[in-house]
Design a protein around this ligand. Structure first.
Ligand SMILES: NC(=O)c1ccc[n+]([C@@H]2O[C@H](COP(=O)([O-])OP(=O)(O)OC[C@H]3O[C@@H](n4cnc5c(N)ncnc54)[C@H](OP(=O)(O)O)[C@@H]3O)[C@@H](O)[C@H]2O)c1
Length: 326
């Protein structure tokens, strides 16, 4: 690799994992980081080099111009974002999740002489939670619900428009639509599931077929994009195949909780009234526990050149989840 990688969000769950999984294949100096100034201590703690701090504004074009003049950045991995549905106002999502990637991508194309690829971390949630579709491929029309998923979709559209206007065929956009992640430092869905399972209050509606994605699979996909010579830009679902969640939790509870515990099984129809609350926060959560999901991952498998199995990396993280629930 000739140019450097600019990574945003290295202090977050995914960013930190991407960095530690990519790092062994590169030199320390091959990375450039963009962090908010209040995370300066984390940069010191992680002993990062080439750190640029954002003060109040995320659209500080002068700062981006300076970064791209001082470093030959070949790849941007834009990972930082408001990563879930919260009570924050839409304007905040618009600013952080849409405007920021737009300004960063625009500056990258304009000022980086080595610009080659912009990898945008999106979410598989852009397909929407309801009305529910059981099998989704990249050809399906996204139907985002809620501020978080909508902001990711609008950011994707804005980036696609920026990169399609670029006359230079050597600069490409890669949109990675990630499924719900698991891995070290996860404080998200799977972690919460084990905490609730321990208290025996985890409900699952129906015989739920669902899927997750390991941080390792994300890093593997990024690796494949970095090492492939003639990749055209692409939108990619990054997910493992689906599996029966009840069987998985019961089996894994033996390793994580040291006893076999089954989630509370409820009939699928009883989840329906919960969608009537019409809050994206509730419907996203209920959809995770009640709606069957499977994604077409053939594009991902052809990129990384191997078959992907359900929860293939989970044993690597048993120790982490064990520590979290205890
Ligand atoms: N976790 C999942 O299951 C999942 C699934 C699909 C997609 N993703 C995507 O993966 C990416 C990383 O998510 P994560 O799970 O690693 O989340 P995380 O641990 O909360 O990290 C979020 C990162 O974004 C930054 N960020 C958050 N709010 C910000 C703001 N207002 N202004 C500037 N920076 C801000 C954070 O920096 P500060 O500490 O400075 O706030 C942090 O570096 C996101 O793009 C998310 O949409 C995650």
């Amino acid at each position: 690799m000739k140019g450097k990688i600019l990574l945003t969000g290295v202090n977050g769950f995914l960013g930190r994992n991407i960095y530690s999984l990519l790092r062994p294949a590169f030199n320390e100096d091959d990375f450039v980081f963009l962090l908010r100034s209040h995370r300066k201590d984390i940069a010191e703690e992680m002993k990062l080099k080439n750190v640029y701090l954002l003060s109040s504004s995320l659209d500080d074009m002068d700062l981006y111009k300076r970064i791209f003049k001082e470093h030959d950045v070949e790849t941007v991995i834009h990972c930082a974002a408001i990563p879930k549905e919260t009570r924050m106002k839409w304007q905040e999502y618009e600013h952080v999740n849409i405007k920021w990637p737009k300004v960063l991508a625009d500056s990258f194309c304009r000022f980086s002489k080595k610009a080659k690829r912009f990898i945008f971390i999106s979410s598989i949630g852009v397909y929407g939670t309801s009305p529910y579709k059981p099998y989704i491929s990249e050809q399906d029309r996204p139907m985002p619900d809620g501020k978080y998923h909508l902001s990711k979709k609008l950011a994707e559209d804005a980036l696609i428009s920026i990169f399609s206007k670029e006359n230079n065929e050597d600069i490409n956009l890669f949109v990675l639509r990630l499924n719900t992640l698991y891995g070290k430092d996860d404080k998200g869905v799977l972690w919460k599931m084990f905490c609730l399972l321990k208290k025996r209050i985890l409900p699952i509606w129906g015989e739920l077929e669902t899927s997750f994605c390991s941080v390792d699979l994300v890093a593997e996909a990024i690796f494949a994009l970095l090492s492939s010579k003639n990749n055209r830009g692409v939108v990619l679902n990054v997910s493992e195949p689906s599996f029966n969640l009840i069987d998985f939790l019961e089996r894994e509870s033996q390793f994580i909780l040291y006893q076999k515990i089954k989630p509370i099984k409820l009939p699928r129809w009883s989840a329906r009234p919960l969608f009537l609350f019409n809050s994206a926060w509730i419907s996203n959560k209920v959809a995770l526990l009640s709606g069957d999901k499977s994604y077409d991952i053939s594009k991902l498998e052809s990129l990384i050149n191997r078959k992907v199995k359900p929860m293939e990396m989970f044993p690597k993280y048993r120790q982490y989840y064990r520590g979290c629930v205890s």
